[in-house]
Write a protein that binds this ligand. Structure first.
Ligand code: MG
Length: 254
């Protein structure tokens, strides 16, 4: 069995503000140079504060101006799942892969955006926004698996399941995914943001300007069936047949 681990923001989504940034902005906080938002990020990156303290101080700022679960999940409605996600998850599951999300977003947000697709995932790992019975935020429980922790997730998965590291691929897009290669798994960068994909130690493969998640399948060595090459198998819409350049290349071989 093989495993595919996905980052969330900018990897499974069409981009836009992540939920952290969206909440800071919604509450009227400045997010520019010298803002508390930026200061906390810099303090975390420079190891002045740990990840949980970063979450605690952010939660304090959120609670000071009042934020509820409804507001958070409403803001999350601006986040759209990337096209072709469902077909990709389904295909990978049919091929016997286990699927995981390892993200710095909030798990409730990830679950809402994934919707029905949650059923394809073996685990969803992110920060937990905590709310009281009236739905008001009372804290944020930080994930162990962001930044350096993303590599730790892969190492723990290997220890738990015995899957060989070469049979695990992490799919990400940003600077907080740059530690993953240290676990020894394969890495694929899509739609890079604040990360240098010419560094092939960190990113083994990369695809720029990806608009349909199905385009990662050839890079994961999951070959499309002939039927899928002829028709994208999605009867729910009338989209033009989807054949990505890499699939086209595959079809033209021999
Ligand atoms: Mg990301």
């Amino acid at each position: 069995m093989k495993a595919i681990i996905f980052d969330f923001d900018g990897t499974l989504t069409k981009g836009g503000d992540n939920i952290w940034k969206a909440m800071w902005k919604y509450l009227g906080y400045d997010i520019g140079q010298g803002s508390l938002y930026r200061q906390l990020f810099i303090r975390f990156l420079s190891h002045d504060i740990d990840h949980q303290t970063w979450c605690d101080l952010s939660a304090d700022a959120f609670m000071e101006r009042g934020i509820s679960k409804d507001i958070m999940l409403n803001l999350a409605k601006n986040t759209e799942l990337i096209d072709g996600a469902k077909e990709t998850f389904k295909k990978l599951k049919e091929n016997g892969h286990s699927l995981h999300v390892v993200s710095g977003s909030m798990t409730a947000v990830i679950r809402q955006v994934l919707g029905d697709n949650v059923k394809y995932f073996d685990s969803i790992n992110g920060n937990e926004a905590l709310f009281d019975e009236d739905g008001n935020m009372i804290g944020i429980k930080g994930t162990k698996y962001d930044f350096e922790g993303k590599a730790r997730f892969v190492e723990e998965l290997i220890a738990k399941t015995g899957i060989d590291k070469s049979d695990i691929c992490f799919v990400g897009n940003g600077d907080n995914d740059e530690w993953v290669y240290k676990s020894g798994c394969k890495t694929l960068c899509i739609n890079p943001e604040d990360t240098d994909t010419s560094n092939t130690t960190i990113w083994h493969k990369s695809i720029d300007n990806l608009t349909d998640l199905r385009d990662i399948l050839p890079a994961l060595n999951v070959a499309p069936t002939l039927q899928e090459l002829i028709s994208n198998g999605d009867e729910s819409n009338n989209k033009t047949t989807h054949i990505c350049p890499m699939m086209a290349e595959f079809m033209c071989k021999d």
